[in-house]
Structures are given as C-alpha cells and as structure tokens.
Design a protein around this ligand. Sequence first.
Ligand code: ADE
Length: 225
Amino acid sequence: MARVPVKLVSWDEIVEWSRGLAERIRESGYKPTIIIAVARGGYVPARLLCDFLGVENLVSIQSQHWTEAAKMAERAIIKFPYKLDLRGHKALLVDDIVDTGDTLMLARDYVLREWRPDELRIAVLQWISSVAKFKPDYYYIEVKEWVWFQYPWTRLEDTMQFIKRMVEETYKETGKREWTYKEIVEKFKEWYGIDVGETYYRDALRMLVEKGVLKVEGEKYIYTP
Ligand code: ADE
C-alpha cells in the first residue's frame, strides 16, 4: 500500500482527456474565440483544446500558490499581472485540475476584472469534487477521492520532490542517511506506488545533488540534513 496516493498519467491519456473535454465544450454550443491557459498546468491542455476546437487565439496568465514567510499561510497570487483588452471575446480559461480551486478562482476574478471578456467559462481535465470550492463549467473527469496526479509535464519536478520527501522522512523516522540507487528506486515504488523509469530517477538524483540535498560518495547517495 502506497504512503501517498499517486496516479501516473500518460501523454496518451492527456490527449484522450483533452479530446473528450473539447467534445463537451462543443456539445454545449459554446464557441470560444480565445483560450487563456493558466500557467503552468494549463499549457498542454489549452494547446490541445486550441487544436481540437479550432481556436487560434491563445494567451496565458500565471496564478500560483505563494507562501508568506511570516504567516506561513498559503495564498494564491497572479505572478505577472498585465493588461489585455478582451472586449468582444468569448473566452475559455483552461487548467489541468481544480483541486482546492484557489488559484483558478483568482485567475478567473483577475481576467474578468482586468481583461473584461464578454463571457468567460472554465474548462479543466479533472475536478476533485470532494475538496474543490467550486465546480468548473466543463471538466472531463470527476475525482471523488483526493489523489496526486503525476502529469507528464511535471514528471521530473515531482520525482525530485518525492525522493526528497522520502529521504527526509526516512531520516527523521530511522536516522538513515546512506542510500544506494537500487534502494531509492525500490522505496520510491513502495512509497508512491508508481515507477517513473530510470531516466527520471537519474535526472532527479542529479538535481538533488546539485541542490545539495544529497551528496555522492562512491556508489552511495548521502542525505545531508
Ligand atoms: N495541482 C494541484 N493539485 C493537484 C493534484 N491533486 N494532482 C496534480 N497536480 C495538482
């Protein structure tokens, strides 16, 4: 049994889900004239929706979580605010997932207030209905129990963070600092219930060494708390 519920999502699934999402939008009769990708997770689905819906206009907005050092409270912010005039446009705001929905709600409010499209609807591949603060206009999959979806565009970033968390927590629980490559891969599969393949493990380990989280000594990786 994995410690963290993770589902590995393939590129093929992304294309299939995006095609299905496009079909729902088309069936509803909504014909967006511009798509707005929420960076970074919305980029790939937004580009595929442009293709499947025949939309040429694509812009983006970066909305992300921000941890205030003083408060340690997570808040969403628009990272690079800029002005656009979308009057006369029917817009579609696209993201990969509605989890809590905070970053997407912020992007929606910002676009409505600052860019003023005639209409704005929201489309996502996945909607975690048990934790989300709102329901998007269009979604392809309703997720009832929270899972971390390991999308193909964050595979290296996630693998790195997963390994980091695994060695940190193992150190706290047992004091273990030395790992072989084989041990890391085996424990990774146990902890997360997925296998991302050798290239990703090797690249993630190289980055953790660069960041100083791990040190290489001969055949071993040493965790340096
Ligand atoms: N981004 C925010 N929530 C997520 C989740 N549950 N899975 C993957 N990416 C996410």
